[in-house]
Design a protein. Sequence first.
Length: 158
Amino acid sequence: MNVRILAVGAVKGTLTVPLEEYQERARRYWRLETEEVPAGLGRSRKADAGSVMAAEEERLLERIPENARVLALTREGKGMGSRALARTLEEMTVRSVPHAIFVIGGAFGLGDGVLRRADLRISLSPMTLPHELARLVLAEQLYRAGTILRNEPYHKGP
């Protein structure tokens, strides 16, 4: 199964190295790709949150294939432990889902169109996280899910 992280904006600075590390680790278990779409409306235009979300939503939706299972990361989503995420990915693999796409929004979150397209809404935390940190946490959790499914000794929790 192809697993893709589709995110608004790029990761820069100190989180780049650990993000790359966990993405490489996760690739031991999944055909993992990452794709970034530009944030906002461009540098020259000031806009309200609704306009920014609509522009980002359009960019995100055009990159999601029809046959993909979409998992939207949103603070209002379902809280899910590491084992539950592993089971969800395992179930998708067994059902021959060709693409599992995790979508991470920008500064204002995900637009309603992306949330409607989502098959599952997942919360990494009830707190608001910067998209860069959300990507790092997701990459680590994808790695952790792989180790759980293969009964490898990385995961120590319930």
